[in-house]
Design a protein around this ligand. Structure first.
Ligand SMILES: [Fe+2]
Ligand SMILES: [Fe+2]
Length: 159
C-alpha cells in the first residue's frame, strides 16, 4: 500500500505483488473450513481480486502499453486473456458455493488457483519489473494509490 515512504515505481509495483499474497491468503486452506465460512472467504477473495484486476486493466496495463506496441501485443494481451479465464472460473466457483454445490466449486477452484498462481508469477517476473523500469513514477504511484484507495473506499462503504 502506498505510504509516505513510497517514492518510486518499484515501491508502487511492490504493493501489487503484496496484494497477490494478501488475496491468496484468503483462500489458503479453504477446503478444510465449514461451507458458510468458505463462502464468506471466497466472497472477500472475489471482491479483492476483482479490485486488483481492475487496477491493472484500468491504469497499469494502459500505462505500459503507451511505452511501446510490443507490450500491448505481447505480455499485456496474454495477461488480459488470463484475466478473462480467471474471472470466469472465480464467478463459476462463487455461484457454486452460493448454491451449496461444493463439488462444482472445487472443480472450478482446481483450475482457478493454479491459473492464478502462474498468472501472478508471470506478472511479478515480467510485467511488474517492466512497469517499474518503464513507467513514469506518476503512473506507477497512481496505480498503487488507486489499489489502496479503492480498498479504503470499499471498507468505508461496508462499515
Ligand atoms: Fe493480473
Ligand atoms: Fe496482479
Amino acid at each position: 500500500m502506498p505510504d509516505a515512504t513510497m517514492k518510486d515505481p518499484q515501491d508502487a509495483l511492490a504493493s501489487f505483488a503484496r496484494d497477490h499474497r494478501g488475496i491468496d491468503s484468503l483462500v489458503l486452506g479453504g477446503r478444510f473450513k465449514p461451507a458458510a465460512e468458505r463462502l464468506a472467504d471466497f466472497k472477500e477473495f472475489d471482491r479483492r481480486l476483482e479490485r486488483h484486476i481492475r487496477c491493472e486493466e484500468d491504469i497499469l496495463f494502459p500505462a505500459l502499453a503507451r511505452r511501446g506496441e510490443q507490450w500491448q501485443n505481447g505480455p499485456i494481451r496474454v495477461m488480459l486473456e488470463e484475466h478473462k479465464d480467471i474471472r470466469a472460473h472465480k464467478a463459476a466457483a462463487l455461484a457454486a458455493l452460493e448454491r451449496g454445490d461444493l463439488e462444482m466449486a472445487a472443480r472450478h477452484e482446481k483450475i482457478l488457483f493454479p491459473l492464478l498462481s502462474h498468472h501472478n508469477a508471470k506478472e511479478e517476473q515480467v510485467l511488474y519489473p517492466a512497469c517499474a523500469a518503464l513507467l513514469e513514477t506518476q503512473d506507477a504511484l497512481l496505480a498503487a494509490e488507486k489499489l489502496a484507495n479503492s480498498e479504503n473506499m470499499e471498507g468505508t462503504h461496508e462499515n
